[in-house]
Design a protein around this ligand. Structure first.
Ligand code: NAG
Length: 206
């Protein structure tokens, strides 16, 4: 009985010993950006720096994103996704957990566009919750998995549903439903995050 009374009287547990994390926050074109150090909102316990190279309908861009995010949603390393030869994204990211640790820059991602013989169902469906995957994406470089991601995408104040399928590196499988995941230009809120090994093409089984 005494124990339960003491428990009730205990103060709310502060995060990180009462000090919220602060991270550099910026978004810009090019392989780095710089911005102000900002205090992270509750629940965001990591800083991220991400450099992404993307092609959207054939339009090429390199962008950098620095912000606070949830450590459990943050993946440090290389991710590559390909929906078609004109729609792909490669990124390199670093997550860390001390004040201002995302200052400075990281190496841009390698972009190996050599086809590796694997294929995945592919589609890009803005404003939709599902997408049929009736096209085929040819996987490149280290992309050995097929993804089906859907949810919401945010760019500035613009927020819309999306669904997409294609090839990805195994590292994309770290992304879980409910995660808030940055890319170089957008922020994704995932309601669906399927990730499976790409089927072996006939005659290439090892
Ligand atoms: C690029 O990807 C291809 C296909 O997976 C692979 O054979 C090649 O070694 C890769 N090149 C580099 C530089 O990683």
């Amino acid at each position: 009985r005494r124990r339960s009374r003491r428990h009730r009287a205990s103060p709310v547990q502060p995060l990180r010993g009462g000090c919220p994390l602060s991270c550099e926050v910026c978004r810009g074109s090019g392989p780095t950006c710089s911005g102000k150090l900002k205090t992270c909102e509750d629940g965001k316990d990591a800083c991220v720096v991400l450099v992404g190279e993307s092609n959207t309908k054939g339009q090429h861009s390199v962008n950098t994103y620095k912000a606070c995010m949830k450590f459990s949603d943050c993946y440090s390393g290389f991710v590559s996704t390909t929906m078609s030869p004109k729609d792909y994204m490669v990124s390199n990211a670093h997550c860390c957990q001390s004040d201002g640790c995302n200052r400075g820059s990281i190496p841009p991602p390698q972009n190996n566009r050599t086809e590796n013989g694997l294929q995945c169902p592919a589609c890009i469906a803005p404003f939709r919750e599902t997408c049929p995957g009736t096209q085929a994406a040819r996987c490149v470089g280290r992309e050995t998995h097929c993804i089906y991601f859907a949810g919401n995408v945010q760019a500035g104040i613009f927020n819309a549903k999306f669904a997409t399928r294609g090839c990805a590196t195994e590292s994309a499988c770290h992304t879980k439903v409910g995660a808030e995941v940055p890319s170089a230009s957008y922020l994704y809120f995932l309601r669906r995050a399927d990730c499976l090994p790409a089927p072996q093409p006939p005659g290439r089984a090892e």
